[in-house]
Design a binder for this molecule. Structure first.
Ligand SMILES: [Zn+2]
Length: 439
């Protein structure tokens, strides 16, 4: 089976992950991947920690025990899509004008399909890599990885541990003044999710004077959080990205200056770039959900406020709690803090054999290309592997048919699609990468 056809089938499987254990149904795509991968040279294993939540591991044994191993990691689940908003059926997997349409076309069934096909072709060729080459198609990336990469790295660490790993999402061609730049995701921010409970005293709402109203207090908590801005930190991945792009000085200088970047982002007309630049250089706080009050005529005694905090590398729970205390000031003593997630940022160095191998192989498609590091503000399954010591990057290859802005809006957005040429470039990338020495 070729990449486009496999991608179409995986889109039609509709492995929609809504965050509940009963969703996902990745078994459907694990079964198709098993059909594609089955055959001489590959050892296959399917793991299903919860009904339907299947992941597949395919291993091509290396020739040398001591040579570094490489994992190609793709997820098989997708986020929901509302068909009414799309030009074409999000789960139709239609091939229209050289593009495959559907949920997951760029996030990241395109890469998962191209990885599986490339690994099968390598095995068919009788190719033996130096170190083990492992393809893993995982469930549950779009929630927390509980039934996918999280489960595998916890329960089968010895089977899936690797020296090097590539997964989503990078490699979107960026035309710069000095030639093409291909971002490699070398790290991702930490995820600190919490509930702040703001306490008050109940009373009759017909006499509000000098009452201790939790909602009024919570409004002030939200205001302080929204206004608070920790100092910018120019992380090496952000520096490498901005410097690598070869931006004009009037843009590059403020983007690399911790004293100027906040004001610069506040004024920058390009809103997408401003948000990205701000998020890549700050630990951010976004209040997202508030629940409070019990009855229209009762002064509320309790409000729950949920926060999505994304931390820069180097921030732990202590630093995040100190930031909240700084933001809230005297109100800190009126809130209770409950953590749901305290996952610190993870990063891999950029000057590694994998980095250079990716750049060499990418240049077979884009001769003037240069890789630049990038810190993603979202989360990928790479984090589980970085914590085990793996050098893990997000990368892929794409044609120049769609712009970076188009790709960016398609992730979890509408009219997600990928051109067939991009699928071919990715398949060549994995094939070429497997043939590189990482030792
Ligand atoms: Zn993804």
């Amino acid at each position: 089976m070729e990449v486009a056809e496999l991608l179409q089938q995986m889109i039609r499987n509709g492995c929609v992950n809504d965050g509940t254990e009963a969703s996902g149904h990745e078994r459907r795509s694990a079964d198709i991947l098993r059909q594609v991968l089955e055959g001489p040279g590959l050892d296959l294993e399917v793991h299903e920690p919860s009904p339907g939540r299947a992941s597949i591991v395919a291993r091509l044994d290396g020739r040398r025990e001591d040579a570094p191993s490489l994992v190609l990691l793709g997820h098989t689940d997708v986020v929901p899509a509302n068909a009414a908003d799309w030009q074409h059926d999000p789960f139709g997997g239609e091939l229209i004008d050289g593009e495959v349409w559907g949920r997951g076309a760029v996030d990241m069934l395109n890469l998962t399909a191209s990885m599986a096909v490339a690994v099968r072709h390598l095995a068919d060729d009788g190719f033996r890599p130096d170190g083990d080459l492992v393809f893993i198609g995982v469930a549950d990336e779009e929630a927390l990885g509980t039934y996918g990469a999280g489960w595998l790295t916890e329960h089968l660490a010895d089977d899936v541990r690797a020296d090097y790993l590539v997964t989503e999402a990078g490699g979107f061609p960026l035309a710069g003044a000095n030639g093409m730049r291909l971002p490699v995701l070398t790290g991702e921010k930490g995820v600190f999710w919490c509930t702040l409970t703001v306490r008050g005293t109940p009373g009759h709402a017909s006499q509000p004077l000098r009452t201790d109203n939790a909602l009024v207090k919570a409004a002030e908590v939200v205001r302080r959080l929204a206004e608070h801005e920790p100092r910018a930190d120019i992380h090496e991945a952000w520096r490498g990205f901005v410097e690598g792009l070869g931006l004009p000085e009037e843009l590059a200088d403020p983007l690399l200056d911790p004293d100027r970047i906040s004001a610069f982002c506040a004024e920058l007309p390009a809103l997408g770039l401003a948000r990205q630049a701000h998020a890549c250089t700050h630990t951010t706080i976004a209040p997202t959900i508030m629940h409070g009050g019990t009855k229209l005529n009762v002064i509320p005694d309790r409000v729950q406020l949920e926060l999505d905090i994304r931390s820069l590398p180097g921030w732990g729970r202590t630093e995040v709690e100190k930031m909240l205390a700084d933001a809230l000031g005297d109100l800190m003593s009126d809130v209770e803090l409950e953590w749901h997630s305290t996952e610190e940022a993870t990063t891999s160095k950029s000057d590694t054999p994998l980095w250079h191998a990716l750049e060499r192989v990418a240049r077979q498609s884009y001769p003037d290309a240069q890789c630049v590091p990038f810190l993603t503000v979202g989360a990928t399954d790479a984090r589980f592997f970085r914590r085990m010591g793996t050098v893990a990057y997000g990368f892929g290859l794409f044609s120049e048919r769609l712009t970076f802005e188009q790709y960016a809006t398609m992730f979890h957005g509408i009219d997600e699609r990928v051109d067939v040429a991009s699928l071919g470039l990715s398949a060549q990338l994995w094939d070429g990468l497997a043939r590189q020495s990482l030792g």
